[in-house]
Design a protein around this ligand. Structure first.
Ligand code: ATP
Ligand code: MG
Length: 422
């Protein structure tokens, strides 16, 4: 027993009993993306390490301590399991020159990898759906993406998510703010914890994101980046706010909202809930106007966001406790050689006519087969014995309601089932 191989810590199997939630989510997302004209792109899960160092930033938490990076022993390349999708997506766009004809809207989804301490809502392999709009510079696209997210929550039946927005301005306004912030933190140097001291000269803005209660007062009284915004960023932010107001999306400006990745500027936003404890951010994104140039492309503005699928699914599951997996229409039990041959033909015929059928395999008595039929969750048992096979008929019995068993030919069964299965 002890030498049985287990999955890697923080990397979960998605079992059949949960898979239907994923299917529901994925189907809803596919329709939602189509409604906004976003086209999908699929990138590899492994990339050159340099891509993430250059885009996310050397001194961010992700690059410093969360990446699965290794050397490919076969050729000596430095590789990293992608910790997020934006960098790979932009890399693919540049590599294939997709921006050449003009701006574009893209979406991707799949597993991401970060070496974090696993807990509810925080895993080492987790899944995101991400959208990126490349080549757009106005606040209209920022607003579209926020509206899009709001529509998805509605389609998924999730309520109670709160939108927080902020603007990080441009590089010059961040530099001015940075100076003031350093002076503020230095004036309180006696209370800074180790993490904050380390970040003071590297990833300064992240100090504002600290969860340490002892630092909250100092963080609350810190100079605000939003007070230093350059004129263009301010106009952009006002533009975004007025569109959101027009379409009736309530937002809260959170002047301490920063992102853990270096490439963001101007608009940043998060959708948060109080229902998931410290893992309350279900969707995060913003503008990254400098990234394309940073990884070697012709400068172009862009904006995007990513949704943490596991976190969203736990909200959906909480809100819909009674919903269970979709099961088959029919479970076909059969006994005897002739019956078994007819069962194959009958099950294919029923599938041809749109029904889902599990054909019993492995023999056994009618009684034991009926138990399996019941446990399968199917709506009906279809029953074929030598007798039915002899007259090319099937027996049908509801497994979910009281009902006399009926018997008829296959063509009649197709019609009759239609009156029973809505
Ligand atoms: P957090 O502050 O929770 O660590 P983050 O700022 O690192 O989040 P992003 O890089 O912005 O997260 O990723 C976007 C979304 O992906 C998050 O809002 C969250 O829903 C989800 N996410 C991020 N890391 C994980 C993880 N380790 N496990 C599960 N979901 C995650
Ligand atoms: Mg994180």
């Amino acid at each position: 027993m002890s030498d049985r191989i287990q999955a890697i810590r923080g990397m979960n199997d998605i079992l059949p009993e949960d898979a239907h939630w994923w299917t529901f989510f994925e189907n809803t997302v596919a329709e939602w993306l189509a409604a906004y004209g976003y086209r999908t792109i699929r990138m590899p899960i492994l990339e050159q390490t340099a891509l993430f160092k250059r885009s996310i930033g050397e001194v961010t938490d992700i690059v410093e301590k969360e990446m699965y990076t290794f050397e490919d022993k076969l050729n000596g390349e430095q590789l990293t399991l992608r910790p997020e999708g934006t960098a790979s997506c932009v890399r693919a766009v540049l590599q294939h020159n997709l921006l050449y004809p003009g701006p574009l809207r893209l979406a991707y989804s799949g597993p991401m990898f970060r070496h974090e301490r696993p807990q509810k809502g925080r895993y080492r392999q987790f899944h995101q759906i991400g959208v990126e709009a490349l080549g757009f510079d106005g606040p209209d696209i920022d607003a579209e993406q926020i509206m899009m997210a709001a529509r998805l929550w509605k389609a998924l039946g999730i309520s109670g998510l709160r939108l927080e927005i902020n603007s990080l301005g441009d590089a010059a306004s961040r530099a001015i703010h940075r100076g003031k912030l350093i002076r503020h933190f230095e004036a309180h140097s006696e209370i800074l914890d180790e993490d904050a001291k380390r970040r003071l000269y590297s990833n300064l803005l992240r100090i504002l994101d600290t969860k340490n209660p002892a630092l909250q007062e100092m963080v609350q009284s810190a100079p605000r980046l939003i007070d230093e915004l350059d004129e263009d960023s301010l106009r952009h932010f006002d533009g975004l706010k007025s569109i959101l107001e027009e379409v009736g999306i309530a937002d809260a400006i959170n002047p301490r909202l920063v992102r853990g990745l270096d490439y963001y500027n101007r608009t940043v936003f998060e959708w948060v809930t109080d229902r998931l404890g410290a893992q309350g951010t279900v969707c995060a994104g913003g503008r990254y106007d400098g990234l394309i140039a940073q990884i070697g492309g012709k400068p172009a503005p862009a904006c995007g966001f990513a949704i943490g699928i596991e976190r969203i699914l736990s909200l959906i599951q909480e809100d819909n406790p009674g919903v269970s997996a979709q099961s088959c229409d029919l479970y076909l039990v059969h006994q005897g050689e002739r019956a078994s041959r007819f069962a194959v033909i009958a099950s294919e015929y029923l599938r041809d006519n749109g029904y889902s059928v599990v054909l019993h395999c492995g023999g056994g008595s009618f009684k034991s087969q009926m138990k399996k039929a019941d446990a399968s969750g199917a709506r009906f048992a279809a029953i074929i014995g030598e007798d039915e096979a002899g007259s090319s008929e099937i027996g049908l019995k509801s497994l979910r309601t009281e009902m006399e068993q009926v018997r008829m030919g296959l063509a009649d069964a197709v019609v009759w089932l239609r009156t029973q299965i809505i």
